[in-house]
Design a protein around this ligand. Structure first.
Ligand code: GLN
Length: 279
């Protein structure tokens, strides 16, 4: 019989990952509470079923599967999102994009926001919940990702998010205009070594790389933003740490104004904000 403490001590993973997987095998949905529970129950014996499930999770983690896919959720901007291999795992650096967007939206903002390539929906849903009077539209080309975004919106009570299956801006009416367009698009250059490392090996390639030169998404976004941004509206995009010059340059060349690059908490170039001036 394996006790909780033995299971924690014997796993070949970090303490944190071991705890997350054991809590998941025990059926705890909330890791924060599970930690306290594990401490208080460290002499409890695991049932055979739990020990087996935990062992299988450890093996899968040792083979590289992301923790977020194994336990099925990840925290973003203080809220819990369901995660599946249909979408990119929410990352802390993307919270910068949310912060830059919120900086431009008053608390009672009641305009229209578009998120292109929503994945789990974490950006669209955060903006919708932080600005409850806003009308948020979330697009994704993947039906599976969109189902996940819908499930997350429902679970978090974001009733002001509309999810549409769309190749870039295709599903929008030609006349639709937004005050803000946000996107964390695929921006990794094909063949980049990062794609063969860590969690990225298990994430959908379509969410990671544009299969061109890392800038193709921004060309698509620039064209779509010209069609669908209201006059004076803003485009805010996440990009790679090595695209802190190329993305602003591309947007300036596409006639955007007030183009500004922002660095993430690791001081890496990560987000560019831009405006479409009045004609
Ligand atoms: N930030 C991710 C990474 O480099 C990539 C996300 C993306 O392509 N949008 O791990």
């Amino acid at each position: 019989m394996l006790t909780v403490r033995q299971a924690l001590d014997e796993a070949r993973l970090s303490r944190l990952e071991t705890r997350l997987l054991l809590a998941h095998a025990l059926g705890h949905a909330r890791p924060a509470h599970a930690h306290a529970w594990l401490l208080a129950h460290d002499t409890d014996a695991l049932t055979d079923a739990v020990a087996r499930d935990f062992g299988a999770l450890v093996e899968r983690r040792l083979a590289g599967e992301p923790i977020a896919y194994l336990i099925g959720h990840r925290e973003f901007y203080g809220r819990d999102y369901r995660c599946t291999p249909a979408a990119l795992i929410p990352r802390p650096e993307t919270e910068l994009l949310v912060d830059r967007a919120l900086a431009h939206l008053p608390a009672d903002f009641s305009g229209h926001i578009l998120d292109v390539g929503t994945g789990t929906g974490c950006i669209a849903i955060t903006l919708a919940l932080e600005r409850p009077r806003a009308h948020v539209t979330a697009l994704d080309v993947s039906a599976d990702a969109l189902a996940l975004a819908r499930a997350n919106a429902a679970a978090l009570g974001a009733t002001n998010v509309r999810c549409l299956e769309s190749h870039w801006f295709a599903a929008l009416d030609a006349s639709e205009r937004f005050d803000l367009i946000v996107s964390n698009p695929p921006y990794i250059v094909p063949g980049d070594a990062h794609l063969a490392q860590g969690d990225l090996r298990f994430e959908p390639a379509i969410a990671l790389t544009d299969a061109v030169d890392g800038l193709e998404s921004y060309r698509q976004l620039a064209v779509g933003a010209h069609r669908h941004l209201a006059p004076g509206g803003r485009l805010i995009v996440e990009h790679g740490y090595d695209q802190g010059e190329s993305v602003p340059t591309l947007l300036r060349a596409a006639a955007f104004t007030d183009v500004a690059m922002h660095r993430d908490l690791a001081t890496l170039p990560r987000v560019t904000t831009a405006r479409l001036g009045f004609l």
